[in-house]
Design a protein around this ligand. Sequence first.
Ligand code: SIN
Ligand code: MN
Length: 255
Amino acid sequence: MASLPRSDLREWLYTIARLGVYKGVTRGLQAFRNAAFRESWTFFDNDTVRNGESAMTQLLLRGFDIRKCYLETSAQSALVDVLRPILKSAPLFHPTTPSGKKMSVRMTSAGELGWVSDKNGYRYQGKHPKGGVWPAIPEEIMTIWRDVTGSERAPDCCLINYYGEGTRMGMHQDKDEVDFSWPVVSVSLGDDALFRIGNTTRGGKTESIWLGSGDVVIMGGPARLAYHGIDRIRFGSSRLLPKGGRINLTLRVAT
Ligand code: SIN
Ligand code: MN
């Protein structure tokens, strides 16, 4: 076998070493960046993706596509405004688990179907527990779905969860839908919430990230059936909602 000239060999070794260092540094930066998001909200300029007028930062955590600051403040307020009449015609209610435990969050829905839970199980149904039909999903919310999913198929449910002081949501999978190839899109408004991400089976190591007002999370692909939940909220951390607390919208294709 013809041997390589010494200078070529040196060049190759140098390139391989440089790639190794580059990979190591990139990984180190990624870990540091994730930690910074969780602990101190430090953003790095070169991770910033422009989204119209606002600065949005995108982060991928275990397949969860997290768009920090997707909605600027005025868009968040506009969403709260369109939610007001919805909450009037389909008031928030306290669901219970099939075993009879009262959930700490209150919820309602917009769309053709709403998600409910009681002693008869978890399910989507065409009517509010008090009897009325669900209000339509406002165009402002549909626009977010179209933008982040690029899908022409519209969601048929927008679940609206309200987190008051001291509320949480246990680890669960979203699996009451017919077809898991559609993502679930979550929009956070109001107080910060500690979002925990697990695995596609119960248990195992988890990772957490704070979600703030205006953040959007796309749970699709490998993340679609991952366990997730809200450990706690920082009540009063945002001034978006006059009485404090957090609203989370999840857009779902249920049928
Ligand atoms: C949910 O999983 O239904 C809600 C998640 C969240 O509140 O961010
Ligand atoms: Mn969920």
